[in-house]
Design a protein around this ligand. Structure first.
Ligand SMILES: [Zn+2]
Length: 59
């Protein structure tokens, strides 16, 4: 079972929320919360990819 950090769960929830809604921090130029969530998800994906690459390389 893949381990998903709580921050990542929250981040994906935040991105999903912004598909249809605006939060209290949203502005016409964008949203700091959505930006943060995007960064968190990007970081998680990059780390997961790196782990996968390392594991594959050791086989
Ligand atoms: Zn927002």
């Amino acid at each position: 079972m893949p381990e998903i950090p709580f921050a990542v769960v929250l981040a994906s929830y935040c991105v999903e929320y912004h598909d249809r809604n605006e939060c209290s921090d949203c502005t016409p130029e964008g949203c700091p919360r959505l930006e943060d969530a995007g960064l968190t998800l990007d970081k998680f994906r990059a780390e997961r990819l790196e782990r996968y690459r390392l594991r594959k390389g050791s086989l």
